[in-house]
Unconditional design. Structure first.
Length: 246
């Protein structure tokens, strides 16, 4: 798994986990706002970005790989920020490896298993060639609020996602449920969703919060699925304030 690191070696570590169909570049604005003070770790998940040659196989394998990255590259527990698919991974990492994570920000994570997964994946497999269509990718980018300066980067990332990666990542995304160990996480946790996201996403945020009542639940007015890219200045400030609470 490709990993980019930024900031001083002695800074408190922050792990940023991107969503499906994008890559570590989605955190450019947040990373730049943090790197003067924090050691920022930005992986490209398997099948994405600079890890495109390594297929995505499962959430479990990816969480294990993230754990190995942290054991190799940090000497202190990290604060992890995850978006969408990356938020599911961040939640599972915090739940199963609390020795490696001391706080977690879970942004727009689906946490209610969806019905008809097999039929949906079959249809997705048939439509997979669309992901390589630049016009289709551009439409998808608008749904995620990808800014104009990152549009070509998004399209290049999208067209390189293989069918096997797409099906594996989306399949685990659709089946994802809050792990039991999440209720025992003792770090500081924030659970976030946009007010304009689908009801499934808002309900998922409520489920994640209910499983860990000590967490902070935030539903952000005016935002859809893509808060870090839709309102980057606000989001950067929110993350900085959260990190300063250490």
């Amino acid at each position: 798994m490709h990993l980019s690191t930024f900031g001083p070696d002695g800074g408190s570590p922050v792990l940023l986990v991107h969503g499906g169909g994008v890559a570590g570049w989605m955190w450019t604005s947040l990373r730049r706002s943090l790197e003067a003070k924090y050691r920022v770790l930005v992986p490209d998940l398997p099948g994405h970005g600079q890890s495109a040659g390594e297929p995505y196989r499962s959430h479990a394998e990816t969480v294990d790989a993230l754990g190995r990255v942290l054991l190799r590259d940090t000497s202190a527990p990290v604060a992890v920020v995850g978006f969408s698919l990356g938020a599911q991974l961040a939640l599972e990492l915090a739940a199963t490896r609390p020795d490696l994570v001391d706080r977690a920000m879970i942004v727009s994570a689906q946490a209610k298993a969806m019905p008809f997964t097999r039929l949906t994946l079959r249809a997705l497999g048939a439509a997979a060639p669309l992901a390589r269509n630049r016009r289709f990718a551009r439409l998808q980018a608008r749904e995620l609020f990808v800014p104009p300066e990152l549009m070509e980067t998004y399209i290049d990332t999208s067209v390189r996602v293989s069918k096997s990666t797409l099906l594996a990542a989306v399949g685990d995304n659709m089946r994802f449920q809050v792990p039991e160990a999440w209720s025992h996480f003792r770090g500081h946790a924030v659970v976030m969703a946009g007010r304009r996201e689908r009801a499934l996403m808002r309900d998922s945020a409520a489920v994640i919060h209910a499983a860990l009542p000590e967490s902070v639940l935030e539903v952000i007015d005016g935002c859809g699925h893509g808060i870090p890219l839709q309102r980057p200045e606000w989001f950067n400030g929110r993350v900085a304030a959260w990190l300063a609470q250490r």
